[in-house]
Design a protein around this ligand. Structure first.
Ligand SMILES: [Cu+2]
Length: 536
C-alpha cells in the first residue's frame, strides 16, 4: 500500500527514460529443456492520450506483446523482470494457484526489486479470460496490467475470430496525488466538487431511491418480452465515483483513435473484455449486434443475450456477436462498421473498439464511436448478476462457516473498512482446510465495491435475500446497500487477500486476508509495516 514515493516516474516522454533499469538485467533464463518459459518485462511504455505522450507502466514480452496468453496444457512458467526504477510484483488475477505464486507483495512474496527477476511456475487449472496486474502500491493506475487468456481447444473453438479488449482509466494526475487529494478533500466535497458525497454512516433508509425529480441517466434493464439485456434511460441517482479521469482507454487507445478489428460477414466474433480500470466500472454497448454473454471472470455461464452489459472493475466478460451475412448498416461504400462502445459509470467518458468488414476506410471506422455519451449513468446494480447461472455450480454441501464482510467507510480522512477494521491488521478472516465457507458481503455505503477474493472462483449464491445458483467468479460488484452471499470450498491453504479492487479503497483500509488456520508465510507481517508499505 505504498503511496508516498515516486514509483514510476509520471513524467513526459522527454524526461522519463531515466526510469528504465539497466537493460543488462534482462538476461535470458531460458533453459533448453524448458521451451515454454517466457520472459515478461515490467517496464515503461509511451502512451499518447489527448495529444500528449507520457510514459506509463506495462507488462510485455520481449516483442512488445502485452501480457501472456499460455496454453492451459503448458502451465505457467514465466520470469517477471522488473525494469522499473521501483519495486513491483505481479498477481495472476482469478487463478487458483499455490499461495507462494500469487504475486502479492508483503503477503506471498517480497517485492521484486528494480533490476531483479521473480520466476512464477504453476499449473493452470482454468481456461478463458484472465489478467495480470501489479499487486504493489498503486501501480495498476500506472497501467502495470495486461491480459492473460488461457487457451484450450474449447476456448479456441468458441468463435471464428476472437479479440481481447482491455479497458483502463487514465489520468494525467499521478495516483499518489489522486489518493492524497481524496484524503485531503472535505467530507462534503469528495466528488471533486461536483456534488456532495452522502455521509457513509450506517443509517437505515439512507439509500437514494429513484424519483421523478432525479436526472435521466443510462442504466441496464432486462427486456422481458425479448429476453435480453438492453440499454434504458431512467430517472435515478447518478453513480457515486471518487475520481474524475482524463480519458478511458480500450487497448490503451482513446475513443478518437480506436482499435479497428477486421471481421468478415457471417463471422462469429468473441470479445474477451477485461476491466483493468481502477475507479471505473463500465457499461458495454454492442450497438446493432446482439451478443451472447458466455462467461464472466473466465467462468462459463448459461448463455444470455442482449446488447447492453455491465462490467465492474477487475471483472471480465466474454461476449459473442455474429456479423450479419448481408450487411444492411453499411456506412461507407465498401464495408460495414460495428462500434462496440464502453461508457464509464457515473461519467459521459467513453472508449471502445470498432469491428469492420471489407475495406472500410480508417476514417469511417475511427469516427464510428461516440466521442462522449449523451448522458451519464446510474450505478451498476444487480440486474445482470441476478440472471447469471453457473454451468458448473458448487456441489451441494452444508455450510461449515459463515464469514461476515461488512463494507463501510468514512469521508473523514478517506478511510474504508471491512467489518469495521482497517487494513493492515492481523485480525483477519480465518477458515479451516476442507470447510464449505459462505461469506456475506454487506455494503453499508452509497458506492459500489468490486470485491475480489484471491485463489480462483467462488459462487454467488444469494442477492438481496434471493437465493440463486449464480455465477462462478472471482470479483463481485456489491452495489450500494446490497447484500450478496458467496460460497466456496476452502481447499487451498494459504493467506489470500480479500479486498475492494478500487486501489484507493484497498490502500485506505478496505482489505483483509482469508487465512487458513495454522498457515503463515515468511512475508506477511501486517503488524510490522506502516500502512504506506503494506503492499496492497
Ligand atoms: Cu471499494
Amino acid at each position: 500500500m505504498h503511496f508516498t514515493s515516486a514509483f514510476i516516474s509520471f513524467s513526459f516522454v522527454t524526461t522519463s527514460l531515466l526510469c528504465l533499469a539497466n537493460a543488462s538485467t534482462a538476461t535470458a533464463k531460458v533453459s533448453p529443456d524448458d521451451v515454454k518459459r517466457v520472459q515478461l518485462f515490467v517496464r515503461e511504455t509511451p502512451l499518447t492520450v489527448n495529444g500528449k505522450t507520457i510514459m506509463m507502466g506495462s507488462v510485455v514480452q520481449a516483442d512488445g506483446t502485452q501480457g501472456y496468453s499460455p496454453n492451459q496444457a503448458d502451465g505457467m512458467h514465466v520470469d517477471v523482470i522488473n525494469q522499473l526504477n521501483v519495486p513491483t510484483s505481479i498477481h495472476w488475477h482469478g487463478l487458483s494457484l499455490p499461495n507462494s505464486m500469487d504475486g502479492v507483495a508483503f503477503v506471498t512474496q517480497e517485492p521484486i526489486a528494480p533490476g531483479n527477476t521473480f520466476s512464477y511456475d504453476f499449473p493452470l487449472k482454468e481456461t478463458g479470460t484472465y489478467w495480470m496486474h501489479s499487486h504493489y502500491a498503486l501501480q495498476e493506475q500506472y497501467l502495470v496490467s495486461a491480459p492473460m487468456i488461457i487457451w484450450s481447444d474449447a476456448e479456441r473453438a468458441k468463435a471464428d475470430k476472437q479479440f481481447v479488449i482491455t479497458l483502463t482509466d487514465f489520468s494525467f494526475t499521478s495516483p499518489e496525488a489522486i489518493l492524497q487529494g481524496l484524503r485531503n478533500a472535505p467530507a462534503m466535497d469528495m466528488k471533486t466538487g461536483s456534488k456532495p458525497m452522502p455521509e457513509m454512516k450506517e443509517m437505515p433508509g439512507m439509500q437514494e431511491m429513484p424519483t421523478a425529480t432525479q436526472p435521466q441517466v443510462i442504466a441496464q434493464q432486462w427486456d422481458e418480452a425479448n429476453s435480453q439485456f438492453v440499454r434504458a434511460m431512467v430517472n435515478a441517482p447518478i453513480a457515486n465515483t471518487d475520481v474524475k479521469y482524463d480519458a478511458l482507454l480500450a487497448n490503451r487507445r482513446t475513443v478518437d483513435d480506436p482499435d479497428v478489428m477486421k471481421v468478415n460477414p457471417g463471422d462469429t466474433v468473441l470479445l474477451r473484455i477485461i476491466a483493468a480500470s481502477c475507479e471505473t466500472d463500465f457499461f458495454i454497448d454492442t450497438g446493432s449486434l446482439d451478443a451472447e454473454l458466455l462467461a464472466v471472470d473466465g467462468q462459463p455461464i448459461q448463455p444470455l443475450s442482449g446488447n447492453f452489459f455491465q462490467l465492474a472493475i477487475a471483472q471480465r466478460i466474454d461476449l459473442r456477436v455474429t456479423i450479419p451475412k448481408a450487411i444492411s448498416n453499411t456506412t461507407s461504400s465498401d464495408g460495414a462498421v460495428f462500434p462496440i462502445t464502453m461508457q464509464g459509470e457515473g461519467t459521459t467518458l467513453t472508449c471502445g473498439v470498432v469491428l469492420t468488414t471489407g475495406s472500410t476506410s480508417d476514417s469511417a471506422a475511427m469516427s464510428a464511436l461516440p466521442k462522449t455519451a449523451s448522458m451519464t449513468t446510474a450505478a451498476l446494480d444487480n440486474t445482470q448478476e441476478m440472471r447469471l447461472r453457473a454451468t458448473a455450480p458448487l456441489a451441494t454441501k452444508k455450510i461449515d462457516r459463515t464469514l461476515p464482510a461488512v463494507l463501510s467507510g468514512t469521508m473523514d480522512g478517506y478511510q474504508w473498512f471491512i467489518n469495521g477494521i482497517k487494513y493492515p491488521t492481523r485480525d483477519v478472516l480465518t477458515v479451516k482446510l476442507g470447510e464449505r465457507v459462505e461469506m456475506v458481503l454487506t455494503n453499508k455505503t452509497p458506492m459500489g465495491h468490486p470485491m475480489h477474493l484471491h485463489d480462483g472462483a467462488f459462487q454467488v449464491i444469494e442477492i438481496d435475500g434471493k437465493p440463486i445458483s449464480g455465477a462462478q467468479r472471482d470479483t463481485i460488484e456489491v452495489p450500494p446497500h446490497s447484500i450478496i452471499k458467496i460460497a466456496f470450498d476452502a481447499d487451498n491453504p494459504g493467506i489470500w487477500p480479500f479486498h475492494c479492487h478500487i486501489p484507493y479503497h484497498a490502500d485506505s483500509g478496505m482489505c483483509t486476508m482469508l487465512k487458513y488456520e495454522g498457515v503463515e508465510t515468511p512475508h506477511w507481517h501486517p503488524e510490522e509495516v506502516p500502512s504506506e508499505k503494506s503492499g496492497l
